[in-house]
Design a protein around this ligand. Structure first.
Ligand SMILES: Cc1cc2nc3c(=O)[nH]c(=O)nc-3n(C[C@H](O)[C@H](O)[C@H](O)COP(=O)(O)O)c2cc1C
Length: 202
C-alpha cells in the first residue's frame, strides 16, 4: 500500500504481474479507458497519442505477443487487453526536440488511462520491454509514427497459474526515491520544505 496521503486512485495504483487469463473486458469498458486518454491535456491540444487496441485473442494481440521481451512474455499476454501507444512523428527531417513534447503527452494520456483502469476496479501495468521495430512492423505502424509502450489492463489472477518469477514480482516491496532528490529550489538543492531543517529564512 502506498504510504502517502495522495488522492485515489493514485494512492492504490500499482502494477501487478499476475492477470486473470480468462477475464474479458467489454467494448464499453475499453472505450471508457480510451476516453480517459482522450481527455488528457496536451501541448496545443494536439493530442498526439494513438493506441493499437489488442484484446486478448485478437489478431493484433497474436501479432504483438511474439515481440515481447523474455521477462514480459509470461505475464503480459494474460491481461484482458493491451493498449500499444504510439504517436505520429511526421515525415523526414524530424529533430529530437520535435519528439519530446509529443512523447510527454502520450505518457500523460497513458497515465490517465492507467488511473481510469484503477478507478474501474481494474489493474494496469505499463511495459516497454518488447522489440519495438518488430512489433511496429507486425502491427502495421508506418515509419511516420513511433511505437512507445504498452499498457496491460485486466483483473488480478491466481499466482499459482504463473511462473514463480512472475508470482514473486507481485510481492516485491515498492520503493521510491526520496522527494528531496526530486524537487529542487535550484538544480541539485532540495526544495527547502523537504529537508529536516525546513525553509531557510532570508
Ligand atoms: C514506460 C514504462 C515502461 C515499463 N516497462 C516495464 C517492462 O518492460 N516490464 C515490467 O515488468 N514493468 C515495466 N514497467 C513498470 C514499472 O516497472 C513499474 O511501474 C515500476 O516498477 C513502479 O511500480 P508500480 O507501478 O507498482 O508503482 C514500465 C513502466 C513504464 C511507465
Amino acid at each position: 500500500m502506498n504510504p502517502v496521503e495522495i488522492a485515489e486512485p493514485l494512492r492504490s495504483r500499482w502494477s501487478p504481474s499476475v492477470f486473470d487469463a480468462e477475464h474479458v473486458l467489454t467494448d464499453a469498458e475499453i472505450t471508457r479507458l480510451l476516453e480517459a486518454a482522450q481527455w488528457a491535456p496536451s501541448s496545443g491540444n494536439r493530442q498526439p497519442w494513438r493506441y493499437v487496441v489488442a484484446p486478448r485473442g485478437s489478431a493484433q494481440h497474436q501479432a504483438f505477443v511474439p515481440h515481447l521481451s523474455r521477462g514480459n512474455s509470461g505475464w503480459v499476454p494474460r491481461a484482458s487487453v493491451l493498449f500499444l501507444s504510439a504517436f505520429e512523428v511526421g515525415q523526414d527531417g524530424v529533430e529530437l526536440s520535435d519528439l519530446l513534447i509529443p512523447a510527454h503527452d502520450v505518457g500523460q494520456a497513458s497515465a490517465h488511462l492507467t488511473l481510469q483502469a484503477q478507478a474501474m476496479g481494474l489493474h494496469a501495468h505499463q511495459f516497454g520491454g518488447f522489440d519495438h521495430e518488430g512489433a511496429a512492423a507486425a502491427l502495421g505502424i508506418p515509419d511516420t509514427a513511433r511505437l512507445l509502450a504498452g499498457i496491460a489492463v485486466g483483473v488480478r489472477g491466481n499466482p499459482a497459474e504463473v511462473s514463480e518469477r512472475d508470482a514473486e514480482r507481485e510481492l516485491r516491496e515498492r520503493h521510491r526515491r526520496p522527494l528531496d532528490e526530486t524537487a529542487y529550489e535550484r538544480w541539485g538543492t532540495p526544495w527547502p520544505s523537504l529537508t529536516p531543517s525546513g525553509p531557510t529564512v532570508a
